[in-house]
Design a protein around this ligand. Structure first.
Ligand SMILES: [Zn+2]
Length: 299
């Protein structure tokens, strides 16, 4: 169609330009009506936004991927954004104040049954044989996580205590290590391992040396043990009061070795040489001496 009209127009132009214009004008209108293509093609040029598409495609990948890796990689940067919601929770809690009393009443019934204590590694590992006791609260005395110790496991054996002791976890662990050292000495020097340890006072709320006034004893904090002697595997009994002297005796040497070994593990070791109150036992504790709890008393 266009070709036919074009050829006619060319002929007319050749003959008379004015006539040709008069003839072509209406024809052009017909062509425009018949061929609406020119309009759609103009919209079609949307493909021209190809210049825009690249922009979109460039925008999509960079902005989206970039922020995500940053958020995932830099948790610290993400945290602040997560912390911001916190105020919302607080405000919500504040808004829920009217119902808070009920919730508080319900919560009170739960914590009252909870006993807050610390686990004891010496008990968990089997270094000491015993069990956790409830917190002790006795006036100024007490211990939050006391143990009832029946025996210690050292050098591949279980060594019983003549009577159970109530002690702190720290004391229990140090005591077990000390008994292990005494046991090795007894095995080497007396040719007999320890069968049991003869125990005296453990937890006891009183002043030092039982005085009416003065500082509380470490016994009042389950932080001290009194040992009166040992029993060997062959039945021999070694008693502090009976065998401390003579010092050169085989039993006396074991007691002094036990006293010296205790000085390396406890902060306070008092024996027959200290005073008359300790003529029949070795007092061991982990009381704090000095400004940094590193000083020791060994008498
Ligand atoms: Zn004592």
């Amino acid at each position: 169609m266009k070709i036919v009209l074009s050829s006619i127009a060319i002929c007319l132009l050749a003959l008379s330009p004015v006539a040709a214009q008069d003839f072509l004008a209406p024809l052009q209108e017909l062509v425009d009506d018949l061929v609406p293509k020119p309009t759609t093609p103009e919209k079609a040029p949307q493909p021209t936004p190809p210049s825009e598409k690249p922009q979109l495609s460039n925008d999509d990948p960079p902005p989206l991927p970039r922020p995500r890796p940053d958020d995932l990689g830099e948790t610290e940067a993400a945290e602040p954004a997560e912390e911001r919601p916190a105020p919302d929770f607080e405000s919500e809690a504040g808004a829920a104040e009217p119902t808070a009393p009920n919730a508080a009443d319900e919560d009170k019934s739960v914590p009252t049954d909870r006993v807050y204590q610390s686990a004891c590694p010496a008990l968990l590992s089997g270094l000491v044989v015993g069990e956790m006791l409830d917190p002790i609260e006795d006036g100024m005395c007490g211990e939050r996580s006391p143990l009832l110790v029946n025996a210690v496991r050292i050098n591949g054996r279980e060594i019983a205590l003549s009577s159970p002791v109530t002690t702190s976890c720290e004391m229990a662990g140090a005591f077990a290590d000390w008994v292990g050292e005494v046991d090795r000495y007894a095995t080497a020097a007396l040719d007999a391992p320890l069968a049991s340890v003869t125990t005296g006072t453990s937890f006891f709320c009183r002043n030092r040396n039982g005085a009416e006034t003065g500082f509380l004893s470490e016994h009042g904090f389950a932080n001290a043990l009194d040992i009166t002697g040992f029993v060997l595997g062959d039945g021999r009994e070694i008693d502090v009061k009976a065998n401390w002297m003579p010092a050169s005796g085989i039993e006396g040497r074991l007691l002094r070795q036990a006293h010296g070994a205790a000085c390396g593990r406890f902060t306070t070791v008092l024996g027959p040489e200290a005073n008359a109150e300790h003529e029949d036992h070795l007092h061991l504790d982990l009381g704090c001496h000095g400004q940094t709890c590193t000083a020791q008393i060994c008498e």
